[in-house]
Design a protein around this ligand. Structure first.
Ligand code: UDP
Length: 325
């Protein structure tokens, strides 16, 4: 049985991964500082409370377990906040991540799965965005991830640290079994906010920007179901265990939906009228982000199971109803 350290395993994506790793017979150790995650979202494995900025703690942890691989989800993820408070993003997403990588190297743990992001691409030069697209992040969040991708390429050459970088487009939805879902505090992501407006936990949803260069003027994103995203991590891990090389993959469904279209589909799924207000553009938001995920499909053999947005929203709605109402 292989042992995987899941850093940030109490968060939205991390908690879904822990459930999937356990179902795939991995032994799991979660390390989380609970700054954004929840202890009760960790459905199994060992739990260690701690922060990757703490080198002593990391050395102790890596001496106590023989990790076969590390998955890293412990990042700050709000584009807008990263523009206002870049230090927070560079300290955690960059400096603390470097710390984790150095401890891995010191303990000869050489398989790493990294949560990267479509935000590394900046304003797209073409759509859909494939892996070869130039990287010009336009906000500190994206840039912190872009730098770590470069660090990983350098660490492979120098220290033989093998990695898979998964560039998420817009992770959304919830565990189809209803046990897990999105619980960011504060919540900033579109789909949970739209559903809060549908359930009445929020008065309205604000559409950020009406004058983007898109058919209806609102931003276009490619939403990917959390379980499909997690599946790609398991496949990436298996690829490394099978002796595969380091790689980067873009993960999305290849279809873009505008903010207004997301709200329309959410109204259909929830059978509620969702009150909206029109707001200004949010700093750091590119107009379109749509993935070309052919590499993940052909090399990882990744097949999304829940590609349609109605299903993604339906699972998030089930979570909103079960957990919050
Ligand atoms: N968005 C919006 N209103 C909100 C939250 C988000 O219009 O209250 C828009 C945001 O500008 C972006 C899209 O919805 O175009 C998705 O944003 P989200 O924060 O969910 O993910 P991101 O694309 O920033 O990773």
């Amino acid at each position: 049985m292989k042992t995987i350290l899941v850093v940030g395993g109490a968060g939205y994506i991390g908690s879904h991964i822990v459930k999937m790793l356990l179902a795939n017979n991995y032994q799991v150790v979660v390390l989380d500082n609970l700054s954004g995650g929840y202890r009760d979202a960790v459905l199994g494995g060992d739990f260690v409370f701690g922060d990757i900025a703490d080198t002593k703690m990391l050395n102790y942890l890596f001496s106590g377990y023989n990790f076969d691989g590390v998955m890293h989800f412990a990042s700050f993820i709000q584009v807008g906040e990263s523009v206002i408070n870049p230090s927070k993003y560079y300290q955690n997403n960059l400096t603390a991540t470097l710390n984790l990588l150095d401890v891995m190297v010191a303990h000869q743990v050489n398989k790493f799965i990294f949560s990267s992001t479509a935000a590394i691409f900046g304003e797209p030069q073409y759509i859909p965005i494939d892996e070869k697209h130039s990287q010009q992040a336009i906000n500190p969040y994206g840039f912190s991830k872009q730098i770590i991708e470069q660090v990983l390429a350098d660490y492979e050459l120098a220290y033989d640290l093998k990695s898979i970088c998964l560039r998420y487009f817009n992770a959304a939805g919830a565990d189809p079994d209803g046990q897990l879902g999105e619980r960011h505090n504060p919540e900033t992501h579109l789909i949970p906010l739209v559903l809060q407006a549908a359930s009445g936990r929020r008065e309205f949803i604000t559409i950020y920007g009406q004058d983007y260069d898109t058919p209806d003027g609102s931003c276009i994103r490619d939403y990917i179901h959390i379980n499909d995203l997690c599946q790609a991590h398991i496949l990436g891990l298996e690829q490394l265990f099978a002796g595969g090389k380091s790689a980067v993959y873009n993960l999305g469904n290849g279809t873009g939906f505008s903010v207004k279209q997301v709200i329309e589909i959410a109204e259909k799924v929830t059978k509620k009228t969702i009150p909206i207000t029109l707001g200004k553009r949010r700093a750091g938001d590119p107009s379109h982000l749509v993935a070309d995920s052919k590499q993940a499909q052909s090399i990882l053999n990744w097949q999304p199971q829940y590609a349609d947005l109605e299903t993604i929203i339906a699972h998030a709605w089930q979570w909103e109803n079960n957990h919050f109402l």
